[in-house]
Design a binder for this molecule. Sequence first.
Ligand SMILES: [Zn+2]
Length: 450
Amino acid sequence: MIKRYDLVIRGGLIVTGSKIQKADVGIKGEKIVAVKPDLLEKEASRAINASGKYVMPGVIDVHVHPVYENDMGGLSLTAAHGGTTTLIHFAYAKPGMKLIDTIKSYQEEGLRKSYLDFGIHGTLFDPASQIEEIPKAFDLGISSFKMFMTYAKLKWMTDDYHLTAAMDLIAECGGLTMVHAENGLVTDYLEDRSLRRGEDQKKVFLKTRPDLLEAEAIFRALTIAAITRCPLYIVHLSTAKGIFPVQQAKGEGQIVYVETCPQYLTMTDAKLQKLGPLAKIGPPLRTEKDRLALWKAIQKGIIDVVASDHAPKAKKIEDPFFEAPYGSPQSETMLTVTYDEGVNKKKIKPSKLVQLFSENPAKIFGLYPKKGVIQKGSDADLVIFDPKYAHTIRHENQHSGAPYTLYEGRRCVGKPVFTIQRGKILVEDGELMGKTGGAKFLSTKITKGR
Ligand SMILES: [Zn+2]
């Protein structure tokens, strides 16, 4: 007998960005077909009892780097274990590489290896020779482009001339510019001066990358974006000082979105002093004052998105600090630590969490309401989250390619117990049930712009 539903999720608390309601979710094929009370178990091929649990839209992680210890397959695997159902990857067009060829190879890899639906941001390491390819990227479903205002020594930095040229063209094409906002030349000078003085680079890590240089770069990016009328997205905001220019620009009606990451919401420089190279990330872990200011900015609606900046590297605690690369694994722990720090400590409500992790990223990148909400007609991308599940984070239980987690030994209450993508159960109570090869590439679309 053909059942009305392939899957029903019964008795849970449905959380969306606007409300929490007790209801059942009926799924047929890849879609949500009913959200209402009292769906009948006998009308479904399978029923999941979600009483006492939150049923939330799957996490949409728009800041991931599938080029280090996780490729697009491995990254989607660790992400799925953390409650994520959609990823938007940075496709690295390094100096000497072509933007379009790079995007195509990521699309191909994702379709072959990913467990999760995915989109792509073009990432320009050498805009001077890559800008001209931007319009063609839109034909491939790419509408967001990242540039670095820092990492001058690595030769990844975009100068203001090319940042302006890129934003001008991106705005004309109807896209969005994303920036890593830190003043790369000033941080390089401060680092060189400190090296000449023979200072311990771990101890002065924060001093050589001061908060003012994030605020300055944000203000500069906002200025160029305003002049070119280009929508702007600030990745990984980390400082209290950086909040002010954003708040002002938003107040004036400028189209700007702001992201922070779980690491800046849960950790400070104290972690770096303890774990050295493992906690070396850019921008750096900041002060307690910064951390609390970021939570305030979330409460006030200044920060729109929380994303992982997952960049797992094969680092060991005894590695020399200065030579160690930037980055840490974050994807799998993101939802549980942010929930624990935010909801359990009464800084935010579950609906706010859903805004930050699902609804806002879906809206910014044009995936809404296909993704980012639980309603009839949307993709059945869901995470069932047990708010009472007490657990201790251990690297040995994680699936990232990094040999460590920065959250080792951290107690958390609340954990994703089911990850469901387009009606298929991917992860059930820590066990992988899904397989690769069924992921879809998602075209992004920026709806607000010039
Ligand atoms: Zn990043």
